[in-house]
Design a protein around this ligand. Sequence first.
Ligand code: FES
Length: 87
Amino acid sequence: PFEVVLAKSGRTLQVPAGVSCLKVLREAGTDVDWSCTEGVCGTCETEVLEGDPDHRDAVLTQAEREANETMMPCVSRARGPRLVLNL
Ligand code: FES
């Protein structure tokens, strides 16, 4: 589990183990687009402002992963306790 902070509203959401970050974001009413939900299309790409994503997608290059500027919340999670997303 980890928490996601929505920078634009200041809301904090809990992402339980076994539940995708995208699902939590959608249920919270954020405007994240999505398509494949499997980390291959890149539609859900979301800007990361703080935190260390655990990238599990097949979209980002190694350099993009290391830059930690975006993530695919349909499959990727967090290495630490908290991510701040530009949503
Ligand atoms: Fe396709 Fe996330 S919805 S990469």
